[in-house]
Design a protein around this ligand. Structure first.
Ligand code: HEC
Ligand code: HEC
Length: 432
């Protein structure tokens, strides 16, 4: 290139994302995983499915800043915090992320704080909250992830004394998995499907949580693979795939706005952790010996002070569909989260608690904004910033938004391979 058309893009564009970049999963296992993903049988009180918080009609998230786990009722913005004895006792501390492209081979860390990663710390392939109690035999990182929501008290397991799953976890995390596996395999249709889908399973009695997790992973990975966006077409060589505003946004993203220094590579994430100083709220992820209701992010995992308040750089395909944004869903729009990157302190000052999408739960109000109202903790958080303020014009911010919208795919968004099942083998109601 030369003369007037000299490239404004200073960072290299990534190579296109291709089918080869994804782990190949078994399609029978994926079909079985579809039923499990939508089946409330995997929750202690049989009242919530994976899909309740990761719904395809809600971009594979739940549209809420902080979600409502077991005990709540309804879906998305209509979800309520429940009533009577079963009402929720705590909000879910972080935003439910979208599940796009989680079967990518190069993905090595999951969760906003990276508490699950591929590593040999415990000689079972993964560094996870279950440490040496994590079973072996998972087909992927994504499969190892699937055993955690079912053991989380406020997500799916429920409270001790309410059901046999929650009671078992209270003793030790791995006690709950055999109970859940049995619940599933004694349903004749599930038993048959497991025998058909897994070569090493000859009878339903042999099904463990590992096969359940492998099926769930196969389903999520196959269902929500997305690399057919206009941006992907552009990377593939189709110069006409992006409109003028999207092209200007791309030039900013890979140029002076510096976005690609963190949202880098094929997946648009460095899979590393950075402190952006989002407005804090919610119950936090309280650590033992920490009196504060706060979320220290990846430091909770590494125990290194320099990691305080750092969260994983999200991948960005289909980001248009997964509002609200950030690890706690602090910003309802793409423009808002971009402006926060550009001016964290200014945006923090201007942020209003009403901005958060939090279903009403008056009995939790005292906790919701404890940190936000704590001047000393807010000052502490302000000392950790891994991003340089940058001044962009309103037109440039609009171009960045246009570019982010060019990351929206089509096939897996509008007609994914499996979709929502009409019914599930347990006979429990399916969220739709
Ligand atoms: C109550 C809502 C809720 C339910 C139910 C739920 N999840 Fe999630 N999910 C979340 C939240 C919140 C996070 C982020 C947690 C964190 O990072 O600390 C998450 C994270 C994930 C991730 C990691 C994504 C990433 O990019 O790191 C995957 C995969 C996932 N969930 C799959 C599942 C599966 C499979 C099930 C069912 C077995 C399930 N979820 C049930 C709310 C939920
Ligand atoms: C220093 C690294 C870094 C840079 C530079 C950066 N980001 Fe981010 N971005 C992050 C991290 C980390 C998060 C998540 C923060 C959190 O959850 O607390 C994030 C979140 C986002 C989100 C929200 C995604 C979601 O699913 O919630 C969008 C959109 C985004 N960034 C776009 C951009 C754009 C556009 C630029 C350039 C103007 C940019 N980022 C520059 C690290 C970075």
């Amino acid at each position: 290139m030369f003369g007037l058309s000299a490239p404004a893009v200073s960072a290299e564009l990534p190579p296109p994302l291709k089918q080869d970049d994804f782990i190949a999963f078994d399609s029978k296992q994926a079909a079985l995983g579809q039923l499990l993903f939508y089946d409330k049988i995997l929750s202690g009180n049989r009242n919530i499915a994976c899909a309740t918080c990761h719904h395809p009609s809600l971009g594979t998230g739940d549209r809420l800043s902080l979600g409502i786990g077991e005990g709540g009722e309804g879906l998305g913005l209509q979800r309520s915090a429940g009533t009577g004895d079963s009402r929720i006792k705590k909000r879910i501390p972080r935003n439910a992320p979208g599940l796009w492209n989680l079967g990518a081979k190069e993905l090595h860390v999951l969760f906003h704080d990276g508490r699950l990663s591929i590593a040999d710390t415990f000689e079972n392939g993964f560094n996870s909250p279950a440490e040496e109690w994590l079973p072996t035999g998972f087909n992927s990182l994504l499969a190892a992830q699937a055993v955690f929501p079912v053991t989380a008290q406020f997500e799916m397991a429920g409270n001790p004394k309410e059901n046999e799953v929650a009671g078992a976890i209270y003793d030790r995390i791995d006690n709950a998995w055999p109970i859940l596996a049995k619940r599933v395999r004694i349903i004749p249709e599930y038993g048959r499907l497991f025998v058909e889908a897994f070569d090493h399973i000859d009878a339903p009695e042999e099904v463990t949580i590992v096969e359940i997790a492998n099926a769930l992973a196969a389903f999520q990975a196959v269902e929500w693979q997305s690399f057919d966006s206009p941006f992907d077409a552009y990377l593939g060589g189709d110069e006409t795939a992006l409109g003028p505003a999207q092209k200007r946004g791309l030039e900013l993203f890979y140029g002076k706005a510096g976005c690609s220094s963190c949202h880098s590579g094929k997946l648009l994430s460095d899979q590393k952790f950075h402190a952006l100083g989002l407005p804090p709220f919610g119950p936090g992820r309280t650590r033992s010996f920490d009196p504060m209701v706060r979320d220290v992010g990846v430091m909770g995992e590494t125990d290194r002070l320099e990691d305080a308040y750092g969260f994983r750089t999200p991948m960005l395909r289909n980001v248009e569909l997964t509002a609200p944004y950030g690890h706690n869903g602090a910003y309802p729009t793409l423009e808002g989260i971009i402006r926060h990157h550009l001016d964290p302190d200014g945006m923090l000052k201007a942020w209003k608690p009403e901005t958060a999408a939090l279903p009403q739960a008056p009995w939790l109000e005292a906790i919701d904004f404890v940190v936000w109202n704590d001047a000393r903790e807010m000052a502490r958080q302000a000392r950790f910033r891994d991003i340089e303020p940058l001044s962009l014009s309103n037109a440039e911010i609009a171009d960045l938004v246009a570019f982010l919208k060019s990351l929206t795919g089509s096939q897996s968004v509008t007609s994914p391979p499996f979709g929502i099942p009409a019914t599930v083998p347990s006979g429990l109601p399916v969220d739709r």
